[in-house]
Design a protein. Structure first.
Length: 128
């Protein structure tokens, strides 16, 4: 794996903050739409959908700018990125093998509990 440069970390952190800001903006827009249904804001505010979208986008951009300008937040995200670069991720073969083992194990346990459930059901039907 090639050595990671400092600019790679900045790109990933900026992308993460941008995605989080977009998600926040989307959630806020949906929340404003829901509040408008509860309180009939669409009738009271002209162009309510446009206003809700502008508010959501403004809050998203504001969040992006505040997080990137905050030295504490950006330092924390830089530390998180640094720790993630130290992680030794498993290769594809071991991931597939371990996934198969887990799927088979869960299937065996599901069959076991299904048989126990069926047995208890049949036993209770004999009693009642």
């Amino acid at each position: 794996m090639p050595a990671l440069r400092e600019t790679d970390g900045k790109k990933w952190i900026n992308a993460l903050v941008a995605i989080a800001s977009l998600i926040l903006a989307n959630i806020l827009i949906k929340l404003l739409y829901q509040i408008s249904e509860w309180t009939d804001l669409e009738a009271k505010v002209e162009n309510f959908r446009l206003v809700a979208q502008v508010i959501g986008i403004f809050v998203g951009v504001l969040t992006f700018v505040i997080v990137l300008r905050s030295t504490r937040a950006y330092g924390y995200l830089r530390e998180v990125y640094g720790e993630l670069t130290k992680v030794i991720w498993p290769d594809k073969d071991s991931t597939l093998k371990l996934t198969a083992v887990i799927v088979v194990g869960v299937a065996i346990i599901a069959v076991f509990f299904g048989l126990i459930d069926f047995g208890i059901k049949e036993f209770l039907e004999l009693l009642y």
